[in-house]
Design a protein around this ligand. Sequence first.
Ligand code: PA5
Length: 377
Amino acid sequence: MKINSYNIKNNAKIIKKFKNIDLFDYDFVKLIYGYGENNLKKISSLAKEVAGRTDLLLVIGVGGSVLGTRAFTKSFGKKQVEYIGYNFDWQTITQMKEVIKGKNIALHVVSKSGKTLETIMAFDIFEKYAKKENIFVTSVEESPLWQRAKEKGYSILPMDKNLGGRFSTMSNVGFFAMAYSGIAVKEVYHSACNMIERLNDKNDDNIAFLYANARLFAEKTGKTNEIITSFTKSTEYFMPVAVQLFAESLGKSGKGLLPSYCIYSEGLHSLGQFVQEGRACFMETSITPNVSHKKEGEKFDYVNRVAREAVVEAHRKRGFPIVEITLDNWSCQSLAELLIFFQVTTIFCGEGMKINFLNQNGVEGYKNIMLKKLSEK
Ligand code: PA5
């Protein structure tokens, strides 16, 4: 992975601050790195066994607790993994009932708190469609969900209390569904660990220093938004992960760039107009996996590359900050690297902004009102 940037000044003071940060001081980094081969073997053989006796895995959860997993299984999985429990929309539930109709399903319910309403209400509905031995629960010890699993005799794949949802993909949270879908979790894990080591380097050209510096520079120079773009639909499931991670970690204390994403070239016919001529209130971060196709695909690759170069040239002229992230290829390994890269960038941004990037108290704003209203009924 490498990055190029345009219209950005490196802030030596900030980079110096980043160099004093040891990634292993953060619980989630330690937990990802320390997951280890043994745990990996266990979760992988369990998931394969379950995959052998069922047709589909339904993962129930919302937000950071499932988005990373979804990016892996939807981008690279072979065996079907579906997702539910992320809204209160009955239509979503009935559509999923149609998807699982006549199928022998496994369930993986993921909720750190064990009481997120979207997740629990979906579990209440789908619990009856799976055999007891095919129901798996991931939560922290003694949460209400953990208790329910214990009472009903479901298998528990524990979650560490020091692991926040959006930093938990590389753990029981994500590895179970990844292995179920046939993804080589060992390769994912090793790529993640290698990336952590690489980003813990104290050199000026550490790519996470450069990206975090760019984001802080954008904010300091009055930008309010970040548009994350790509020229391939392959990235469509990673984009919401990046948006969720940055929004929930860094959007607080009246600070942060409002993240959004756009997939080009389709997006050039919508948001592209704004990017070219609208209010220059944003920075742009593009993600480009290095891929090449044969025969007829060559022509598409060529035109896609020229379109990308043209967009960078046109956007550079406007003068807003641009970061280009190039991946060596598009594989479960490069997705693991990309995810860790964004998570580590979040650490540097959070420290640079002097905020607690690990909590998400703002989410409670609507929840408290909603729960009060529901209890009045
Ligand atoms: O990233 C996060 O921490 C959040 O998005 C949570 O994952 C989300 O709110 C779901 O929480 P829980 O895992 O407690 O159900």
